[in-house]
Design a protein around this ligand. Structure first.
Ligand SMILES: Nc1ncnc2c1ncn2[C@@H]1O[C@H](COP(=O)(O)OP(=O)(O)OP(=O)(O)O)[C@@H](O)[C@H]1O
Ligand SMILES: [Mg+2]
Length: 503
């Protein structure tokens, strides 16, 4: 279908009208209308908690909408769907966790849906044919016998797309597929999306990266607080307009240029080396300083950060905190010395998703909150939980709900609160805003600024050049395990940083 002429619209493949959804007191969706045309790429954007995933779950038949809504698929009406009906209509959803079986092979993951529940024995050659055909349809080649657990996230995503193809997807919905991919991998994924579209498959794409949304979408629907702000032609949009529609606010980021040379050195790293990870790394971070650290994935940034947090001991060199030489062997020792580490992986290291929000908030504080007999009095625990929910403006209906019921951005705030409550002297943030929307990002930057203002030394590791450029006092570039350049943000451009990263 030509993208140039959008006046001749085809009948929608899917049409939702008057869709509302409540979870207790939370109005996750309010009277939303939404449609997907045959063969279009439709992006869904909105801040954390605006209802994107909920809308997807209704289309997938995982959640019923409130009575009064209507779902029409190719002319047939449904009050609600169940997952089987949704699948039969050709709807396939790839959730952020991908829902793959890590211990099974690529071929099993792609083809198993077609063979489950059949009375006859597994037809291995049939499965391989099916998997190959699915890979051919999206133009990728993966090792059919590789174990999914051994693949990169980008490859796992392709496996999930192939699985959808093998299930004859006509509408493929991807919930934040790019949040853990490198730029290069994102480009590859967008190429696959365009290819699906050429084959007449509709794609709904949820992302917080507005540049890629505008690159791939024909239309963009914006949700704010559960209501639809509107559906727009992507070519009429830019990221600034979209951000304003999503938040109802205008944005400008800045951190004033500050001379920190008279402040105490909190962290001092000298000639730190770990074979295969990084070499001869030396730098200081002062009290109140936000130091940006960036570089390509695999440049050694995360390995370095983990060493500072006691989890990846260096082979040589020195780490000093307030002048004291440290030989950290575990993260418990690091925490004891006042080092906190917020990882990019909020679903892994960061949180126990099944546990209540409150337990996640107190876990790093149990020692300090405990009374004489090692028990935490409920009143003390509750006061702590209430304080941090308020401090970081975490949007919760009940702190005893599981963390997984929070939106992504609010989950990330729980991670931050968990660490901040340990009163760190050095806070290491590794990609703290991955998967977090613009306004929640802004909230996190504000928090980081406030922490630095209180005298904490902060290391902000990020993939995103604007993030380190506009929100730090100083930027170091890491390349192939070495620090290769240093920039003063107020006298540098995004372009200069990009060039140094890719040099
Ligand atoms: N199962 C649930 N129980 C209670 N509340 C829920 C549940 N699922 C979602 N919510 C709430 O509904 C609202 C919308 O959540 P949803 O997950 O749809 O947001 P989202 O737009 O996908 O956000 P994000 O960008 O953070 O992924 C949020 O306030 C969330 O806390
Ligand atoms: Mg979501």
């Amino acid at each position: 279908m030509p993208t140039g002429n959008r006046t001749a619209r085809l009948a929608p493949f899917l049409e939702l009208t008057h869709i509302s959804k409540r979870f207790g007191g939370v109005h996750a969706l309010r009277d939303v209308d939404f449609d997907i045309e045959a063969g279009e790429v439709h992006c869904l954007v909105g801040e954390n908690g605006s209802g994107k995933s909920t809308l997807i779950k209704i289309i997938a038949g995982v959640q019923p909408p409130e009575p009064g809504g209507r779902i029409r698929i190719e002319g047939r009406d449904y009050a609600h769907l169940n997952p089987v009906q949704s699948t039969h209509c050709g709807i396939q959803v790839i959730y952020q966790d991908l829902s793959l079986f890590p211990n099974l092979s690529v071929v099993e993951n792609i083809a198993i849906g077609r063979h489950l529940g059949r009375p006859r024995p597994v037809d291995w050659s049939g499965m391989r044919r099916l998997a190959r055909a699915a890979m051919e349809r999206i133009g990728v080649a993966l090792d059919l016998d590789a174990r999914v657990a051994d693949l990169t996230i980008a490859s796992r995503q392709l496996v999930a797309i192939c699985r959808a193809m093998a299930a004859d997807a006509r509408l493929l919905i991807m919930d934040e597929p790019t949040s853990s991919l490198t730029r290069h991998e994102v480009d590859a994924l967008l190429a696959v999306v365009r290819d699906l579209k050429r084959k007449g498959i509709c794609v709904v794409f949820v992302s917080h990266r507005l540049d890629e949304v505008l690159e791939v979408a024909e239309r963009v629907s914006v949700l704010r607080d559960g209501a639809k702000v509107g559906t727009f032609e992507a070519r009429d949009m830019n990221d600034h307009k979209l951000a304003t529609l999503m938040t109802g606010k205008e944005f400008h980021y800045d951190l004033t240029e500050t001379d920190l040379s008279d402040r105490a050195v909190v962290l001092s790293v000298r000639n730190l080396t770990r074979a295969g990870d990084y070499r001869e790394v030396s730098f200081d971070v002062r009290a109140g300083e936000i130091l940006g650290l960036t570089g390509l994935l695999g440049s050694g940034r995360t390995e370095l950060a983990l060493s500072l947090f006691g989890m990846n001991p260096p082979d040589a060199g020195e780490i000093r905190l307030n002048g004291e030489l440290l030989h950290l062997k575990t993260n418990a020792e690091a925490i004891e010395h006042g080092i906190a580490y917020v990882s990019e992986d909020r679903l892994g290291l960061g949180l126990v998703l099944e546990q209540p929000i409150s337990s996640n908030l107190v876990v790093t504080m149990l020692d300090r909150l405990a009374g004489r007999f090692g028990l935490v009095a409920p009143a003390v625990r509750n006061a702590h939980v209430t304080r941090w929910i308020k401090e970081l403006a975490i949007r919760v209906s009940n702190p005893e709900n599981a963390v997984k019921t929070l939106s992504g951005g609010n989950q990330q705030r729980v991670v931050l609160a968990k660490w901040m409550s340990t009163n760190p002297r050095l806070l290491i943030l590794d990609s703290p805003t991955v998967g977090v929307d613009i306004s929640a990002k802004d909230g996190i930057y504000e928090i980081v600024k406030r922490l630095a203002g209180a005298g904490i030394a902060v290391i902000l590791i990020s993939d995103e050049v604007p993030e380190v450029l506009y929100h730090t006092h100083r930027v170091l570039i890491m390349r192939e395990g070495r620090l290769t350049a240093e920039f003063a943000p107020h006298r540098s451009s995004e372009h200069e940083l990009e060039a140094a990263i890719n040099a």
